[in-house]
Design a protein around this ligand. Structure first.
Ligand SMILES: [Zn+2]
Length: 366
């Protein structure tokens, strides 16, 4: 049974559990702000009323974890506009997965989702869990992405490919006969319905509290700010947040930001949390892309795995790679993706060839 969002929200005032330390108070929820937001939402409702029936007819919102309340489609469309104030080219994660399917199949009709093995380097966060059509859980990974085999879980904190060469080697060795490989690398960031960047509202938590997302990226950016733009390089195991030997993944995120001098300077130069989160997320995405694709000591993480497995294979298997930012949304809505690149591996050169513009041409906005 489904309850209306209003009803659920009204219940949340009775949530008396202690505040999670990662949750930051939403200072914008004054009474005046609430009234303004409700008024703006009413205006937006009217504006999209005419478009709603047509959109529902064409089923653009297929495979959703959102409620089926009347008006959900228009609210989702409006959420998309909020997201695109920060990421102008963001598309729904559903459409992104659908485009992956169509592009890969256009490369070879033999590549269908059921013989393309996906490696998902996404954050461990429960909010990135799978969406099922008949189960109302809290994950935001779209069904269109789950149509691929797997995923092999190559990520860890904030989607960095922490599984490394060993992980990619294991993954690639699971390739199906005649099939292909698809690697998806995406750190994540939350954006609330009312446009607060670096936050989201999670199920079962107080509506007026916001959850920093990605929490690990927020902590890593905080480490950078605390140590200053000219501060010492992170050492592991070190002191403070880096003291615990179990926290190697967190150290990797801190180092990814620290090593990006421009990102480090920009993060230290602003006190805007949302900006810091955008910068940190992109620095981590870029470092993740580089570690997988760029020659390190003469070979890249992926080339090492590929050559180990397929140097004498004929024909050599196709490998697709895409990186981007996974944009989490308030509970009940569909997630978005900002595509950074889409590439295909060239076994002869050991490098990835860029097809981002061709990929983006077929991306559907909403
Ligand atoms: Zn995370």
């Amino acid at each position: 049974m489904r309850y209306s969002r209003q009803y659920l929200d009204s219940l949340k005032q009775y949530d008396t559990r202690p505040t999670n330390p990662i949750i930051v108070k939403n200072y914008l929820h004054t009474e005046e702000y609430r009234k303004k937001l409700i008024f703006e939402q009413q205006l937006l409702e009217e504006r999209v009323q005419a478009a709603r029936a047509e959109l529902e007819e064409t089923n653009l919102m297929h495979g959703s974890s959102m409620t089926t309340d009347s008006g959900s489609v228009s609210q989702q469309l409006d959420y998309g506009n909020v997201i695109r104030q920060t990421y102008p080219n963001a598309v729904t994660a559903e459409n992104f997965g659908a485009r992956l399917q169509s592009y890969i199949q256009s490369d070879s009709p033999t590549f269908t989702p059921d013989n393309v093995l996906l490696a998902a380097s996404i954050c461990s966060d429960d909010v990135n869990g799978p969406v099922f059509g008949n189960i109302n859980n809290l994950g935001q990974m779209p069904q269109s992405l789950q149509a691929f085999l797997g995923p092999f879980m190559a990520g860890g904190l904030d989607g960095y490919p922490h599984a490394g060469t060993t992980g990619l080697l294991a993954y690639a060795s699971h390739i199906t006969s005649g099939g292909a490989l698809l690697i998806y690398i995406a750190p994540h960031i939350g954006i609330t319905r009312d446009g607060q960047v670096g936050y989201m509202r999670r199920r079962g938590q107080n509506y007026n509290d916001l959850s920093a997302t990605c929490g690990a990226a927020a902590a890593a950016a905080s480490w950078i700010v605390t140590n200053g733009v000219s501060g010492p390089a992170p050492v592991f195991p070190g002191t403070g947040l880096l003291a615990n030997p179990s926290d190697y993944q967190f150290y990797t995120l801190v180092k990814a930001i620290y090593d990006d001098a421009a990102a480090r300077a920009a993060i230290c130069a602003t006190s805007d949390f949302g900006q810091q989160m955008i910068l940190a997320t992109e620095a981590i995405r870029n470092a993740a892309y580089n570690i997988v694709t760029s020659p390190v000591g003469g070979t890249s993480t992926f080339k090492l795995a590929y050559d180990t497995l397929f140097s004498t294979t004929s024909p050599q298997p196709a490998v697709f790679l895409t990186t981007g930012t996974f944009i989490n949304v308030d509970d009940g809505y569909k997630a978005y993706v900002n595509v950074a690149n889409f590439q295909q591996y060239n076994p002869t050169t050991g490098l990835f060839v860029d097809y981002t513009s061709q990929f983006n041409e077929g991306l559907q906005l909403n």
